[in-house]
Design a protein. Structure first.
Length: 364
């Protein structure tokens, strides 16, 4: 029997009532010290509790790894305490929520690090500009992490995962996509290392494998998921052989036994990146047997097609959830979607965050 968007699915320990997942969206709304603004975020996420699963926004595992103004962290007790009302609100509304764990690597500007260099797989510089508290500034050259430093990075992910569970999240997602630190290790245009973390594909996936295994050991495989972005270039990170690389990465994650794998797949069209590099998901589907969640530029029709073919087990939606907190119901009845306002994506208050109308009130 063909699954639909509205059928339940088991994602590790999480019983999702539908397959319309909310993908992680950076929205700011955190205070000094990267402490989430509890009241705002509690309302925002609980409004979207009808999602099969909320994958909450990318959240810093350390100050070293966080270079986005007003983005939240989860490395200290103050941040953990501020997240607790958020998870409580989602659960009280009947929802499920996990936290995405984020190390930005070379995409952290020195302004966030007291002037220190950011870290990466190799001494490289990302293209473009960083968002800082003083506006956009060009990225600077990162320094290559010493081999001896990598256990510390792994431990930062473990600490963040434990903190997320202490804050009441139902699990975590390891951010291995979009040109951030783990992706910088994966790709051959940003990883020029000569130690056991560079060179061969087996070596380049080593950090992803070690981080994932360590998090699994800490909180359980049924509470751990991963996000990858296999096809095309993102924020300067690219690879000459994405099919071989990412099928190897997916096979390693299959061996570890994670709860689910989410893929952001860039399309030839769209508002957030474009590429002519073919999708890698058909190849990944052959080696990864757990739930496979696909993301990027989905409509109801495209989602139905990928579920019907068996390519995807669930679909995660990003921007549609900004303007449509009741996206599941809107998709179910074929209602029009409210467009989001990009001018308020990262602004500090409730406008463009918690003031989008639900279907019943919109029709009133």
């Amino acid at each position: 029997m063909t699954a639909t968007l509205f059928d339940p699915i088991q994602l590790g320990a999480i019983s999702a009532p539908n397959r319309v997942l909310m993908s992680p969206l950076t929205r700011g709304r955190s205070s000094t010290g990267h402490v989430p603004v509890s009241e705002l975020k509690a309302e925002y996420y609980s409004q979207r509790a009808s999602a099969g699963l909320i994958i909450a926004e990318a959240t810093g595992i350390s100050q070293e790894g966080l270079g986005w103004p007003s983005a939240p962290g989860v490395w200290n007790d103050t941040q953990v305490a501020a997240w607790k009302p958020v998870t409580e609100a989602v659960h009280e509304a009947g929802g499920r929520i996990i936290l995405q764990l984020w190390h930005m690597g070379r995409l952290v500007h020195p302004d966030f690090l007291g002037g220190a260099q950011p870290v990466s797989a190799s001494a490289t510089t990302a293209p473009g500009d960083a968002h800082t508290a003083e506006g956009k500034k060009p990225y600077t050259e990162a320094r290559a992490l010493e081999t001896s430093e990598i256990p510390r990075i792994v431990e930062d992910y473990v600490n963040a995962a434990k903190n997320a569970m202490a804050a009441g999240f139902d699990g975590v997602q390891i951010h291995g996509a979009n040109g951030y630190l783990i992706d910088q290790f994966l790709r051959d245009n940003s990883n020029f290392r000569t130690d056991q973390y560079g060179g061969s594909i087996e070596n380049r996936i080593r950090l992803l494998r070690e981080v994932t295994q360590a998090v699994v050991n800490a909180i359980g495989s049924d509470r751990t998921s991963v996000r990858l972005s296999p096809n095309g270039e993102t924020q300067g990170a690219d690879d000459s052989d994405p099919v071989t690389l990412f099928t190897a990465a997916a096979a390693a994650l299959q061996d570890i036994g994670i709860a689910f794998l989410e893929l952001r797949e860039i399309k030839p069209y769209g508002n957030f990146g474009r590429t002519d590099v073919p999708r890698v998901s058909p190849h990944i589907r052959e080696v990864f047997k757990g739930p496979l969640v696909l993301n990027q530029e989905y409509t109801r029709e495209l989602a139905d097609a990928d579920l019907a073919s068996g390519l995807a087990d669930a679909i995660s939606f990003g921007r549609p959830y900004i303007g449509n907190p009741d996206l599941v119901e809107r998709l179910r009845v074929g209602a029009d979607l409210t467009p989001d306002n990009f001018k308020t994506w990262y602004s500090p208050g409730a406008e463009g965050y918690t003031d989008y109308r639900f279907l019943e009130s919109a029709d009133a």
